[in-house]
Write a protein that binds this ligand. Sequence first.
Ligand code: SF4
Length: 366
Amino acid sequence: MIGYHFAFPGEFLNCYDCIPICMEGVSFFLAALLLHGIEKYYDIIGNWGHPFHTCSAQKGSMGMSLDDIFKLDAIITPTAPCDSTCASYPFFTLKKKYPLIIVDLPFYQGEKGYKYYAEQLKLSLIELGKIIGQDPDFNKMKEAIEIENQVSKLRLELFELIKAIPSPIENMFNPVSAGTSIFISGSSENVDFYKEMLDITKKRYNNKEHYGGEEKIRSIWPYMVTFFDISLCEWLDRELGMSILFDIFNYNFSEPIDTKSDLDTMFYDMAKRGMGWPMIKQSTDFYYPFLEDCVRMAKDFSADCFIYTQSLACKQFGSMPQLLREVLMDEVGIPMLTIDFDVGDARMTSLKTFKEKLSMFVQTLL
Ligand code: SF4
């Protein structure tokens, strides 16, 4: 069983006979799916002494591993997207004695950076094989990557339809597609999911239908939705008429990975995909590309507003909301609402508070 940070695309682990466990996926999706959330595990790791203001994406699985809910043979993580990640992972080696492989992810987006990261990916995967006593089967990995190439194509098609007014996709697509990218990437089930979503979306598009009621407001969430309670997505569709066109886990599009040339070319493209991965690109790059992307997306998708959810843990992004608010007003003439929260912990900003803030904000727009 291999634990991995979501910043490491899961399909790359298909070169081994292993069960990949996404540490952040476990935390956030159990927070979303379990009736009483996973606050218990945040408290376990908090009581152990880990700082409360780090990311609940890691704190959940840290607490669960202290409670011996799962045991891992090794963990692999890039040095991204944030300090919170880099400072949290050594816990697993210090306390649980899991071997930890760290893949050094550079800041520089360009040929030099991609070459360096490609080398890092290859070396790290080989090192992982030594720890678990297996030789890497890069042909098997290639098959999984080819499946994800198909998914990328379908996702691009889907996003063209989301530009339509009303948007033909439901808000719940956002957390669910984040889940499929994390838990079933590289599998034929992920292709099936996107094909089915595309079919549903095309039907609605052709009939100019919206899901759940009238679309009154089109919003973009450039960071995250509330994983501690994803019913907010449904409430926004049905009660407020607010579409979440997409959130951070959906608007990153990568070029297909070249699997037909040699292994070095494949790793180079894998590095490009890895460095352009959701949250990685935004959090490791400088602010200008993020601001430019937001302005372009606001125009391309006819957004009426942005909803910026500022997580307690994402300190690298703490100075961003004000800049983004100004640039969206200056360049596109649309407002932005900022809500401070903890993505996985319902106790910081409750669902009730979210609904109140969003309802008040919507009144200023209609
Ligand atoms: S960028 Fe924010 S949400 Fe993402 S892993 Fe880091 S602290 Fe958590």
